[in-house]
Design a protein around this ligand. Structure first.
Ligand code: MN
Length: 242
């Protein structure tokens, strides 16, 4: 689970010993769960101040409207257009360089990119594909930048490393996360912090592990997010319905 506040759109995961206190913030809760590699990805935004309730409604409404048009054969740009129009009509901007995605076994971001604006992508949805639709609405300019390191990682290569500590931590990552993202907090429960830091530095340098960055709105606009995972059918099935 990622908990991203205010102008951070995504990829904030509590650091080891994180002291952040949530107050009157716009809180995005983005949750990924898997059962034997079958992944559900879903997000809600909770507004703890009165000021940004409308912003939260904009991403919710955009998701609701996009879900209404999903069917096999639908072109991807139509989803983007629906999201963009909904968010603009409510007085906000979609974040254009964050997208939804298709989902496959043990692959949370598979081939397809589901746009949050009309990007003219003519690719058609296919029956039985699983896609995550995740509109982001903002009070800002509608773009995010990659900022600080997030302490969320993923193994991206099956290469081996020579160093013994790195090798044993890499084996733990592969056995427990199987290509899915994981947090440093989970590793320090099992290994000594200095070993974890040493191994992560080494594995990143060798191109075996990557670290995600905090995604922050370019103009520091406040961001809301809504997300569901959907099985594409003539009557689509929302897999993450609450
Ligand atoms: Mn997602």
């Amino acid at each position: 689970m990622q908990i991203s506040l205010n102008n951070t759109a995504a990829h904030y995961n509590a650091f080891v010993d994180d002291k952040t206190i949530i107050k009157d913030d716009v809180v995005k809760l983005d949750i990924g769960v898997h059962v034997n590699g079958a992944i559900g990805d879903t997000a809600v935004t909770v507004c703890l101040n009165k000021e940004h309730d409308e912003l939260v409604k904009a991403s919710e409404k955009a998701l609701e409207n996009a879900l209404k048009i999903i069917k096999p054969g639908l072109k991807l740009w139509k989803i983007g257009e629906e999201i963009e129009n909904t968010i603009l009509s409510l007085g906000f901007k979609p974040v254009k360089n964050l997208t939804g995605h298709s989902i496959e076994l043990y692959n949370e971001h598979a081939g397809l990119t589901i746009p949050n604006f009309n990007n003219h992508d003519d690719t058609k949805l296919k029956e039985d594909e699983v896609i995550a639709i995740e509109p982001f609405a903002t009070t800002g300019v509608g773009f995010i930048d990659e900022k600080k390191n997030s302490e969320i990682y993923k193994v991206i290569s099956d290469h081996q490393t020579r160093d013994a500590i790195s090798r044993s931590i890499l084996m733990f990552m592969n056995e427990n996360y199987n290509g899915l993202p994981f947090s440093k907090r989970w590793l320090v429960k099992k290994f000594k912090p200095f070993e974890v830091n040493f191994a992560l530095n080494n594995l990143i340098k060798e191109g075996i592990v990557m670290e995600y960055k905090h995604l922050v709105e370019k103009s520091n606009g406040i961001v809301s997010q809504s997300e569901h995972s959907v099985l594409v059918k003539d009557k689509p099935i929302i897999l993450t319905k609450r």
